[in-house]
Design a protein around this ligand. Structure first.
Ligand code: BES
Ligand code: MN
Ligand code: ZN
Length: 490
């Protein structure tokens, strides 16, 4: 979709559709002028409650020649005083999904003009771009019906603002490009996105953005002693890998991002039940978020140093698979008794986190679809957060609130480690189900040393079974906007 900025006045522009923001309890000048041009139609809709400006509602109207715009799309925003950036982003997402439903490929948006929130234009741009996403690579039958947006015109009647708006629009496009990369990787099936595919994607990103990239293959992983990662990858048809991507945009110690890259999690020998197992193609969403963030950060030329580390493997049952009862000696030297091969994420991460320490990180953040228990605790509205540094977690939480990718902190008290003590090794990889997200987080904590660190469990937020205003059903790309916001806010 092309984005352009136009200085035209909303009611003078000829366009297939004009989007305007509507409050429940306030009718601004644009609303009133539109209502007059349409002979009181908007007021009529409000009076009859057919459309009353409620959040998450919209209404598409034909103007029948009464306005230069062929259609007007009313986007409900709720009560004026309750308007937030997130609500505006959702409004824009709902609007573009309504336009998608009506197959209106080009439109002009005045949505951001209904408020003086400084982030209004960015919110509308992001909500529109993110809401227009679809993954239809494998739809071969409905080609004729396929629909793509062409042009979104953002109205900016104040010429002094236009240039800044253009720049900000470009930056939003870059970030949403990172989200799209992450969503595409998560949407792709496990027979396409494999460890070698993730490595190829990282190399392509490195070429495009002049990043440093190194991929550690099986032999090297064994030589280094990354036996936890190697152990998990043993049963896969493809060998495991460790991908390291470096972006140098600033001075000082880097922020290290670590992403879980299990390209399919069958559970291994401790195999998962069949129903719903297909969703386990999304078990590399942490790695997708890391790749998307590096792509966006490099595209924005953020003045920071970043290292992305992705341990990737397939978790499959096989004669060569690691098994319950096995003991693995991790890179740090800590020995781990395997009590459940389905608790594989913490194994590949523990080696990656230990490996990451050589970069002397200023902070380290890992993202992982780590535990079903996190979905039980928080559902799909927030990612779980744990860590050893409150200042880092507070900064991440703020970034989560600003982007709508919310985080909720769970405790990481030492007592939670009791569940992870093994009779024959230093640790075991799975405890009881009780507090399962926290014992997993506690396990990871054993491998970060003194490094300032936060762990984000995105098991409930990486994939959505229902369409959301600016995230259609499926992969959400969670983590990219959050991390970019965090990196910009530092
Ligand atoms: N990838 C899963 C966690 C998961 C569950 C992600 C649902 C997304 C949606 C992880 O590897 C896993 O299987 N965890 C086990 C751990 C248990 C065996 C200790 C779980 O949560 O059941
Ligand atoms: Mn698992
Ligand atoms: Zn997993």
């Amino acid at each position: 979709m092309n984005i352009r900025i136009s200085g035209d006045k909303p009611l003078q522009l000829s366009t297939p559709a004009l989007v305007i923001g509507c409050f429940e309890d306030d009718r601004d000048e644009l609303f009133a002028a539109c209502d007059r041009a349409l002979d009181g139609l908007l007021g009529r809709l409000y009076d009859s409650r057919e459309f009353a400006g409620k959040p998450a509602t919209s209404r598409l109207l034909h103007t029948m020649g009464k306005l230069p715009a062929e259609r007007v799309l009313l986007a409900g925003l709720g009560k004026k005083k309750d308007l937030t950036v997130e609500r505006l982003r959702r409004g824009a997402g709902n609007a573009i999904q309504a336009l998608n439903g009506a197959r209106v490929a080009s439109f002009a948006s005045a949505l951001h003009l209904c408020t003086d929130l400084p982030e209004a234009l960015e919110a509308v741009t992001a909500g529109s771009l993110l809401g227009s996403y679809s993954f239809d690579l494998y739809k071969t039958r409905e080609k004729e019906e396929r629909f793509a947006f062409e042009t979104m015109t953002l109205l900016q009647p104040d010429p002094s603002e236009a240039e800044a708006a253009l720049l900000r629009g470009g930056a939003v496009e870059t970030v949403c490009g990172g989200v799209k990369l992450a969503r595409d990787l998560v949407s792709q099936p496990g027979n396409v996105v494999t460890p070698s595919y993730l490595a190829r994607t990282a190399r392509e990103l490195a070429d495009r953005h002049a990043l440093k990239c190194r991929v550690y293959e099986m032999e090297e992983l064994e030589r280094l002693g990354m036996n936890a990662l190697v152990g998990v990858g043993k049963g896969g048809a493809e060998a495991p890998r460790l991908i390291v991507l470096e972006y140098g945009g600033g001075k000082g110690r880097p922020t290290v991002l670590v992403g879980k890259g299990i390209t399919f999690d069958s559970g291994g020998i401790s195999i998962k039940p069949g129903p719903g197992m297909e969703e386990m193609k999304t078990d590399m969403a942490g790695s997708a978020a890391v790749l998307g963030t590096l792509c966006a950060a490099a595209g924005l030329k953020l003045p920071v140093n970043l290292v992305g580390i992705i341990p990737t493997a397939e978790n499959m049952p096989d004669g060569k698979s690691f098994k319950p009862g096995d003991v693995l000696t991790s890179l740090s030297g800590t020995t781990i008794e395997i009590t459940n091969t389905d608790a594989e994420g913490r194994l590949i991460l523990c080696d990656a986190l230990h490996f990451a320490r050589q970069f002397k990180p200023a902070v380290m953040i890992d993202l992982a679809t780590l535990t079903g228990a996190c979905v039980v605790a928080l559902g799909h509205e927030a990612s779980g957060m744990m860590g050893n540094d409150q200042r880092l977690m507070d900064a991440l939480k703020r970034a989560g609130e600003r982007t709508g990718e919310r985080l909720w902190q769970l405790p990481l008290w030492d007592e939670y480690g009791e569940a992870m003590k093994s009779d024959i090794a230093d640790l075991k990889n799975a405890g009881s189900r009780d507090g399962g997200s926290i014992s997993a987080g506690w396990f990871l904590k054993q491998f970060v040393g003194e490094t300032r660190w936060a762990h984000l469990d995105i098991a409930g937020t990486a994939w959505s079974d229902k369409a959301r205003p600016y995230s259609p059903k499926g992969a959400t790309g969670v983590g990219v906007r959050l991390l970019i916001e965090y990196l910009q806010g530092k």
